[in-house]
Write a protein that binds this ligand. Sequence first.
Ligand code: ADP
Ligand code: MG
Length: 427
Amino acid sequence: MTFEELQIDDKLLEAISYMRFEKASPIQEQAIPLALQGNDLLACAQTGTGKTATFLIPILQDLVKNGSHGFTSLIIVPTRELAIQIDQELQGFSYFTDTTSKAVYGGDKGADWDSQKNAFTEGTNVIIATPGRLMAHLRLGYVSMKNLRHLVLDEADRMLDMGFIDDIRQILSYVPQKRQTMLFSATMAPEIQKLAQTILHEPKIVSIAIAKPAEGVKQSAYMAYPHQKVDLITHILEQNPDYDSIIIFTSTKKNIHSIVSAIKKKIRNVTIDGISSDFEQAEREEVLLRFRAKQTRILVATDVLSRGIDIKGINLVINFDVPRDAADYVHRVGRTARADAKGEAITFISDVDVPKFHKIEHLIERSIDKIPLPQELGEAPEWKEYQPKPKRHFNHSHHANKNNGGKKRFFYKKKNNEGKTPSGKTE
Ligand code: ADP
Ligand code: MG
């Protein structure tokens, strides 16, 4: 489907074509017409499928067609990076219109408080905000929501994971009852459905396939002990000299610095940066800017970047460790091969991570090739195919695969909430 077929304003069509969007993606094709009719929307699709435009285009069309007076549209997002990114995309789409917008997020040193306050008092049309900072402004009483007609919750699953539910509930108490609400999520978890029931009014539901890495990603893995991992990166980089944009993900913030300096020591003239929620806002933006501009070849990051943030042309994602949450694997891997391009994702699995990787393979419903570790790196840990021992864990004959079409299911005991995002509201 082309965007012309959506029958939206020429000013928007022109901007869309400047942005080189030629064909609507599947979620856009299904959801935009429903949203243009004013319906509430519950939309579920994996990362990188074009959800941002799915809510921005209907909002802008309504503003162009029905007038944009004051604060009309609120987009709530989990992280400041995402707020900035959506604001940038919005500025693209609204280039030929007179829509105004502002990203509102917390930062160090009271970043930008006054200009955020002005955005509210001057009636900026579209505000893209993180929940905590938005609540802080709301409590001070100068935010008027009487003109509000659009509410978007983007990455709702992530916001729930991050413990923003109370903030969101409170924000909802300020928002007018009569409005169009759109909820976006990468997964349709039960908590999302529950939230949807409370905030959406007769929503149209669009769900595009289950979360799996995009087709264009070549996925593989190495078994490696922690002390072998930096040498393994060197080896991979030597094999792929033409890769100019690489992200290395680690679950642990405190690993970032040591990974960056170890790689700097091994590879001469390498351009590499680290980024995590510990960095100051200005620093984070600068690092991202350099990486986007391909001035930095390698970026070492925590999962803060793995959702939502969109950087074009990443050739390779390396998972320095196996993500805690299987869904995070999909999000990390989704940083490469955006919008139908090709990309590669390589995961390092240490002996203790084997069960976690089984969970991932189970989620994505395929097994990932394990490449033998180069000999000079020494002995690798062993990959163990998971052998369920049915009789000891559960009574196989009674549970005999009644509901899962005969597929084998693996069970792992949950240890103290493993798999939940620990705390980090800033992540
Ligand atoms: P999601 O929110 O689903 O993770 P995004 O909205 O961030 O995905 O889109 C991912 C990337 O694809 C962005 O770079 C975006 O500009 C691009 N994109 C989205 N829709 C289209 C389209 N119809 N044509 C071309 N590129 C698109
Ligand atoms: Mg998104």
